[in-house]
Design a protein around this ligand. Structure first.
Ligand code: PLP
Length: 464
């Protein structure tokens, strides 16, 4: 029995998979709040390069990966697929657990799979500077890493609470030459407005997105880059699932369950889309369950409302059809910074609504218990985000033991936790609280949105 399954550099995929032509229903379009109609893609050119906009709306199932991007992928791809033999033994489970480990990338997560592609396509269109937001610091590190390799620059608005909790992430970004700004900041109108009302605002991804977009809109030669949610980002992440399929095939395995965590949905989608394709193309060897995990502190999928909402706090983005907690959501300062976003990818939300994905929410105390067991058995200290999935996997493996079932479970360990040790320390000291976001606050926030934009409830595309 092998501990890990490796591929060669030639096995790095040559095409990304795009789920759009294979969705069970057409994806409801993003809406331009100024016209109340589907957005004209040309309007997006103010912040994104043309190639990425084309990918965003493309109905092509396969999108070629440029050689220059594959060449950078070679630094860490193909990533290993591990069998969690020691965790299985500790749980005395007949389940076979596999994890695709994306923590081997230089920034330590799956995020560079898209950062490298986005930097490359921007450079091809003459862009020299990219702005972005970062929560946990993983996405910012990935974009700093990618822009540096293509001799570009990055300006990164980092959620203030993470900026303070994670000084080493900031230094990592600076090592790759990026400028890191704690958000809310005085650099932008959006940031200044928030600081006037609340000078000690801890920041949120929604606020940082507003700042990064405003920065790109106001400066020439500068575009904005998003680390999750949008179709083109999720497309770039499918290298994970395409490799994992090949790896499992090489050892005659096929998953009963594919699981991942969801902040905006890019790591999970990157893993499960290629298996979803097996189903729609009639090639699946089993009936697969797709499980998406999230924190009870930010329960977008389990408690959110399916409606059109803005992607950011200052309402600069188009309206997106998604499960949302309300775009003015200020999350509790939990340590899974990458999962503290008020909405999710529209494709993921559609599949959730259609019952193709099952959501599960866990509180951070039970998540860190699971993460610690994983670290003690498998050795790798996981990032708090995928530890939500580890919690699910452990529960499922114990269920398999009760029922004596040989389940095959695949999940993505989409990042390591070596910059998250303060969170582990708080867990060991008993300082972490099992926070649950109150449902009244979701209701309040959505009511506010509908009051301000009463026509949102009449947008035809998501009426079922
Ligand atoms: C390690 C890790 N996992 C998951 C996420 C969540 O994002 P997504 O759902 O797009 O994968 C993040 C976001 O920063 C992250 O850093």
């Amino acid at each position: 029995m092998s501990k890990k399954v490796l591929l060669n550099e030639e096995d790095i995929p040559k095409q990304w998979y795009n789920i759009l032509p294979d969705l069970p229903k057409p994806l409801p379009p993003p809406i331009d709040p100024s016209t109340r109609e589907p957005i004209d893609p040309r309007k997006l050119e103010a912040i994104f390069p043309k190639t990425l906009i084309q990918q965003e709306i493309s109905q092509d199932r396969w999108i070629p990966i440029p050689e220059e991007v594959r060449d950078v992928y070679r630094i860490w791809r193909p990533t290993p697929l591990y069998r969690a033999i020691r965790l299985e033994k500790a749980l005395k489970t007949p389940a076979r657990i596999y994890y695709k480990y994306e923590g081997v990338s230089p920034p330590g997560s799956h995020k560079p799979n898209t950062a490298v592609a986005q930097a490359y396509f921007n450079l091809k269109e003459g862009i020299e500077v990219l702005t972005t937001e970062t929560g946990a610091g993983q996405w910012g590190s990935a974009l700093a890493f990618a822009t540096n390799l293509f001799n570009m620059r990055a300006r990164i608005y980092m959620v203030k609470i993470s900026y303070e909790q994670k000084p080493y992430r900031k230094i990592m970004m600076e090592t790759w030459g990026a400028e890191v700004i704690p958000s809310p900041s005085n650099r932008t109108e959006a940031g200044r407005k928030i600081l006037e009302r609340d000078p000690s605002n801890p920041g949120s991804l929604g606020i940082a997105i507003s700042e990064a977009i405003e920065d790109a809109l106001k400066h020439d030669g500068v575009k904005y880059s998003l680390g999750s949610v949008l179709n083109h980002v999720l497309i770039h992440q499918t290298v994970q699932g395409l490799e994992a399929k090949k790896q499992l095939e090489s050892i005659d395995e096929y998953p009963d369950i594919v699981a991942g965590c969801v902040g905006g949905g890019s790591s999970f989608s990157g893993l499960f889309w290629p298996f979803y394709y097996d189903i729609v193309s009639g090639k699946a060897l089993k009936k697969i369950r797709f499980i998406a995990t999230e924190p009870t502190a930010c329960p977008t999928m389990t408690k959110g409302v399916y409606t059109y909402d803005f992607g950011d706090t200052a309402k600069l983005t188009p309206l997106l059809p998604m499960y949302t907690l309300g775009s003015d959501f200020i999350p509790a300062p939990i340590h899974a910074g990458g999962l503290r976003y008020h909405g999710d990818a529209p494709t993921l939300c559609l599949l959730l609504k259609e019952g193709i994905i099952e959501p599960k929410a866990y509180d951070q105390v039970s998540v860190f218990e699971a993460a610690t067991l994983f670290a003690k058995t498998e050795g790798i200290i996981p990032a708090p985000e995928p530890s939500h999935t580890i919690k699910f996997v452990i529960e499922e493996a114990l269920r398999a033991r009760e029922k004596n079932e040989e389940k095959v479970i695949l999940f993505n360990l989409c990042g390591h936790g070596y910059f998250d040790l303060k969170a582990y320390q708080e867990f060991f000291d008993g300082g972490l609280k099992p926070y649950h976001y109150p449902e009244e606050m979701i209701k309040e926030s959505i009511q506010k949105l509908v009051k301000e934009y009463p026509w949102i409830k009449d947008i035809p595309y998501i009426k079922s």
